[in-house]
Design a protein around this ligand. Structure first.
Ligand SMILES: [Zn+2]
Length: 177
């Protein structure tokens, strides 16, 4: 089977760039998140066939007021350059960029370093195992993708959808154990 990477259509990119005329776009992290999500939902049919859609699909329905990260890495005053100046070649690279951005805004950091990447912090996430629909709070490194149980052992329960976690979810799961 031949594999073609789908090129990102110009009209989608032009419409995405038009978000910059919204004065609220870079007003706050939660405004930025909400405006991106609203736009992504409008173009869902064009974007959801990407191999990276899963990462976006699990984050676009969270209530950002409850999930906003206390420590995003992106800087709003640099987003016009980082996010909107260079057109991604493919739908995949665009969806990856969108996913990384949305996740940065909801990431709940654990304060624990990844055992492999050392200086990189693990994030709390909720893994939904596709086979069993079981949901479990785990730790994930966004640099190497390593997944660990809360007790630090390796997590390997097959293919899972990764959802963001927030403080309420983490406290509830930790209390239950
Ligand atoms: Zn790592």
């Amino acid at each position: 089977m031949q594999y073609f990477e789908t090129t990102l259509d110009d009209y989608i990119w032009e419409d995405f760039k038009s978000l910059m005329s919204n004065p609220l776009l870079f007003n706050s992290y939660s405004d930025y998140f909400s405006i991106l999500v609203e736009w992504i939902k409008k173009y869902k049919d064009d974007l959801e066939n990407s191999a990276y859609w899963n990462r976006v699909g699990t984050v676009i329905d969270v209530d950002i007021k409850e999930y906003i990260s206390t420590r995003p890495e992106i800087l709003l005053n640099q987003e016009s350059k980082r996010m909107f100046s260079l057109k991604p070649d493919t739908v995949d690279s665009f969806v990856m960029r969108l996913g990384n951005t949305l996740w940065d805004l909801v990431k709940f950091r654990s304060g624990k370093d990844c055992p492999r990447c050392k200086d990189d912090e693990l994030n709390y996430v909720v893994a939904e195992v596709l086979k069993t629909a079981e949901k479990k709070l785990i730790l994930e490194c966004d640099t190497c993708g390593r997944a660990l149980n809360i007790d630090g052992t390796e997590w390997s329960n097959g293919v899972a959808l990764i959802h963001p976690a927030n403080e309420t979810v983490v406290n509830r799961c930790i209390d239950a154990n």
